[in-house]
Design a binder for this molecule. Structure first.
Ligand code: ATR
Length: 264
């Protein structure tokens, strides 16, 4: 059995096992490959990863809070990982551990063909997900600003990855708004915690929320009601997962079974 996993803490809520096992089944690989969730704390991360190849693991997704630590355990970093400073995918190869970042290209795939060059974009948050979003949108030529609750973190991000910081953003003035913060994950109100108001959202905008759950998030519900286009966190999850699967298995997984499984 070729084993795959998502490594994180907490990880019990993750849709990744259902989504990846659905992809493996749809590719006729369910008998040879299996994907599981492993809850691991920061102290346990490095020894766990070191032991995984001998236990049949071929690769893993790495999620909160290990996306930075994944760089330290890798022998080879992709160019994107070096530029973003965070990895969400590791692959156990003959010559060692390779780290990739599929969050950034996954976000672009979820945005689809929508034009980005010259568009005004706001990224909320400066964690690992924020770094990937800033890298991806800058690379596509968006005019990017970054807001973070802790402004110094946004300053570091912009200096290292791109864009400029903003402390009091005028939401109505952006073409694209991306929430990469954890706000909404536990039902927090985005309009209380983030510099957003429902009245500032309008048609012609594209609003992405990396947070996902059972229901559309409060942010996406308000954006939809205001006539804005929306992309949810499940679509980003599916797109990054498909790219990770391709890295491990060497085949293009079908997206629709992944979407269905991820949406539960
Ligand atoms: P990830 O790698 O998934 O992005 P992270 O590094 O823990 O996770 O980052 C979480 C992000 O959510 C950060 O931008 C964090 O803001 P701080 O840098 O100020 O901590 C943001 N965040 C979490 N809770 C928040 C809240 N209640 N209000 C505003 N931002 C919040």
């Amino acid at each position: 059995m070729n084993r795959l996993a998502v490594l994180g803490q907490p990880v019990s809520h993750s849709r990744s096992p259902a989504m990846h096992n659905a992809a493996l089944a749809a590719m006729g690989l369910a008998g040879e490959w299996r994907y599981e969730a492993i809850d691991v704390d920061p102290a346990g991360f490095e020894p766990l990863v070191a032991a995984m190849p001998a236990e049949g693991f071929r690769g893993a997704n790495v999620t909160v809070p290990h996306k930075g630590a994944a760089l330290a355990v890798a022998d080879e970093l992709s160019e994107v990982v070096r530029e973003i400073g965070a990895a969400n995918t590791i692959t156990f190869e003959e010559r060692g551990i390779r780290a990739d970042n599929t969050d950034a290209p996954g976000l672009l795939a979820a945005i689809g063909g929508r034009p980005l060059r010259g568009r005004r974009a706001l990224v909320l948050g400066a964690g690992g997900a924020g770094r990937a979003a800033v890298w991806a949108l800058c690379r596509e030529g968006a005019r990017l600003e970054v807001w973070n609750r802790t402004p110094l973190r946004a300053e570091h991000l912009c200096a290292e990855v791109g864009g400029s910081t903003v402390e009091d953003p005028d939401i109505a003035g952006y073409d694209i708004v991306v929430n990469t913060t954890a706000v909404g994950l536990r039902g927090e109100d985005p309009f209380a915690e983030l510099p957003l108001s429902p009245e500032a959202l309008h048609a012609g905008q594209l609003v992405l929320d990396m947070v996902y759950g059972e229901e559309p998030t409060a942010l996406l519900r308000a954006a939809g009601e205001a006539g804005a286009e929306t992309v949810d966190g499940i679509e980003v999850l599916v797109q990054q997962g498909a790219l990770s699967m391709r890295a491990w298995v060497g085949r293009e997984p079908p997206l629709d079974p992944m979407r269905a499984a991820a949406r539960g």
